[in-house]
Design a protein. Structure first.
Length: 260
C-alpha cells in the first residue's frame, strides 16, 4: 500500500491510498457520507487482484481536511479530478456509493475523459427535501455525530444485518469519528444538488447497483438514473443502503464482472 496527502487548488488536503499491482488498470473508489476509504475493506482483496485501486477520503471525512461551510457537488467532483491529476493518473474506472455515486455522476457528465467505466451504487440524482438536510446540519453542528449515528445505521442496514454485532461495527466507528463540520459540509452538497439534467450526457458504460430494501436511496431513485443514462445496466441486491458491506460477495462479483 502507498498512502499520501494531496493538496488541491483551494488548499484542501485529501488523503489517499493506492493498493494493487502497478501497471494494471486503475479503479477509483469513493466513499459514502459519514464513512472513510475503509468502507471498501470488504472489496479490497478481490479488487486489488485485478486492479490498481485508488481510495480517498472525501473532503470533510477521515484524514482529509474538513473546511468550514457548505460544499457543493461541483467541488467534490473537482476534488476527484484534481486528485487524479496530482497522482499522474489518467482515465480510470470509478465506483462510488451514495455520496460517492453522486460524485461519479458528476464525473461521468462533467469530466468524461477521466472515466472509463462507471459504477453508481445506492445513490440518487436528487435527494430532498432541503429542510431535512437543514435539520441534519443543525443537529450535527450542535450535538455531534453521536446524535445521528443510531438513526443512520437503521437506514443503512437491514434488521437482520444489524442483529449481528460485528457486522456494522466498523461503519459505526467511522460515523462517530467523522468531523461534524465535514459531515455538515457534505450534507449541504447533497441538499443543493440536482444531477438530473446531467445524466443524459454520461457516455461511459454504467452499472447502477440498487438495494431492494434501501430507504435512503430507494429503487425509484436508482431506476431514474438507469433510465436517463444511455445503455446503463441495473443490478438489484437484497440489501439496504451500504450494499457493499451488507452483501459484499454479490457486490464485488457484480463490479468485477462489469469491469471485465
Amino acid at each position: 500500500m502507498t498512502t499520501g496527502i494531496a493538496t488541491l487548488g483551494d488548499g484542501c488536503r485529501i488523503a489517499w491510498a493506492l493498493d494493487g499491482p502497478e501497471g494494471t488498470p486503475v479503479l477509483m473508489l469513493s466513499n459514502s457520507l459519514g464513512t472513510t476509504m475503509e468502507m471498501w475493506r470488504p472489496q479490497l482483496t478481490a479488487f486489488t487482484a485485478r486492479f490498481r485501486v485508488l481510495r480517498y477520503d472525501t473532503r470533510g471525512h477521515g484524514r482529509s481536511d474538513a473546511p468550514p461551510g457548505g460544499y457543493g457537488l461541483d467541488r467534490l467532483g473537482r476534488d476527484a479530478v484534481e486528485l487524479l491529476d496530482a497522482l499522474g493518473l489518467g482515465r480510470v474506472h470509478f465506483c462510488g456509493l451514495s455520496l460517492g455515486g453522486m460524485t461519479g455522476q458528476w464525473l461521468g457528465a462533467r469530466a468524461p475523459d477521466c472515466v472509463d467505466r462507471l459504477v453508481l451504487a445506492n445513490t440518487a440524482a436528487v435527494m430532498g427535501p432541503p429542510s431535512a438536510w437543514d435539520a441534519r446540519i443543525v443537529t450535527v453542528r450542535q450535538q455531534g455525530m453521536a446524535a445521528l449515528t443510531d438513526a443512520i445505521l437503521e437506514r443503512w442496514f437491514t434488521p437482520e444485518f444489524r442483529a449481528v454485532p460485528e457486522g456494522a461495527a466498523f461503519v459505526r466507528d467511522q460515523l462517530l469519528a467523522t468531523d461534524p463540520a465535514g459531515y455538515a459540509g457534505c450534507c449541504a452538497a447533497i441538499r443543493d444538488m440536482d444531477l438530473r439534467p446531467l445524466l443524459g450526457r454520461i457516455a461511459a458504460p454504467a452499472l447502477v447497483i440498487t438495494g431492494s430494501r434501501d430507504p435512503a436511496t430507494p429503487p425509484a431513485d436508482t431506476t431514474l438514473i438507469v433510465e436517463a443514462i444511455p445503455g446503463a445496466r441495473q443490478l438489484m441486491l437484497d440489501a439496504a443502503h451500504l450494499s457493499n458491506v451488507e452483501q459484499p460477495e454479490a457486490f464485488t462479483t457484480a463490479v468485477l464482472d462489469f469491469l471485465d
